[in-house]
Design a protein around this ligand. Structure first.
Ligand SMILES: CC(C)(COP(=O)(O)OP(=O)(O)OC[C@H]1O[C@@H](n2cnc3c(N)ncnc32)[C@H](O)[C@@H]1OP(=O)(O)O)[C@@H](O)C(=O)NCCC(=O)NCCS
Length: 200
């Protein structure tokens, strides 16, 4: 059983550096990644510096009672088109079943609420069935299949592109997922969504 009130999103900070490097290099995250090499602490620091100066992206940690659980990334924010690309992972693949749904629920609420995005875009390796199923459950529709798009581990991999519109999330998928996932969904909804301290 999950309680929505147990979770919050916060911006990443310099103190997250070691944790993020650990997560980034873990086997389950690398398996889902478009790249095949692990990061050194130096390349990781360069990456952190570069994203800190990128106004078109943001990274958020989902935490529960101070425990960091996973990362959400929002990149290529297009103000005019009102689109954003997202990605996510749990830090620990042995977290209870459903934690990925909590992470992505909170991420969608942030993107459609705080960022006021109209359309969220996801690119997923065609071999990542778990992520594909999760995106479909969240209401994403597959908009394209890019054959042999990414070179990784010595071979080319297909990539699927998914998208979800704010109107479809709010109209259908948000409350369907929220009600099955969160014990306190109804009471939290009366007072309005309150899942994030993260601001842009
Ligand atoms: C993707 C990820 C966040 C899912 O986390 P999780 O805790 O397994 O997610 P949940 O338990 O909430 O499952 C959500 C949905 O995923 C799908 N799913 C979960 N496990 C699955 C499996 N073994 N096989 C196929 N689909 C699966 C189901 O649709 C499930 O919903 P359901 O239980 O209502 O059927 C997690 O596995 C992860 O961090 N993976 C590595 C990074 C990654 O792939 N990120 C996405 C990149 S685009």
């Amino acid at each position: 059983v999950f309680f929505l009130s147990d979770y919050r999103l916060r911006n990443i900070g310099p103190y997250d550096s070691a944790l993020l490097l650990d997560w980034h290099n873990s086997e389950h995250v690398r398996a889902a990644s478009f790249h095949d090499c692990s990061m050194t602490s130096q390349s990781h620091q360069q990456w952190l510096d570069s994203i800190a100066n990128d106004p078109r992206s943001t990274r958020l940690v989902l935490e529960s009672h101070g425990h960091p659980l996973g990362l959400l990334t929002f990149t290529n924010m297009e103000r005019r088109d009102s689109t954003v690309h997202w990605g996510f992972y749990l830090g620990d693949p042995t977290l209870p079943k459903g934690t990925g749904s909590v992470l992505t629920y909170c991420g969608l609420e942030y993107a459609f609420g705080e960022l006021r995005t109209r359309k969220i875009i996801a690119e997923v390796l065609a071999s990542n069935l778990r992520s594909i199923k999760l995106h479909e459950k969240l209401g994403f529709i597959c908009e394209g299949h890019f054959r042999e798009q990414v070179f990784k581990n010595g071979e080319y991999h297909d990539v699927l592109r998914f998208a979800l519109f704010a109107c479809d999330w709010r109209g259908r998928f948000r409350s369907a997922l929220g009600q099955t996932l969160f014990f306190d969904y109804a009471s939290k909804c009366v007072s309005g969504p309150d899942i994030t301290d993260a601001k842009r």
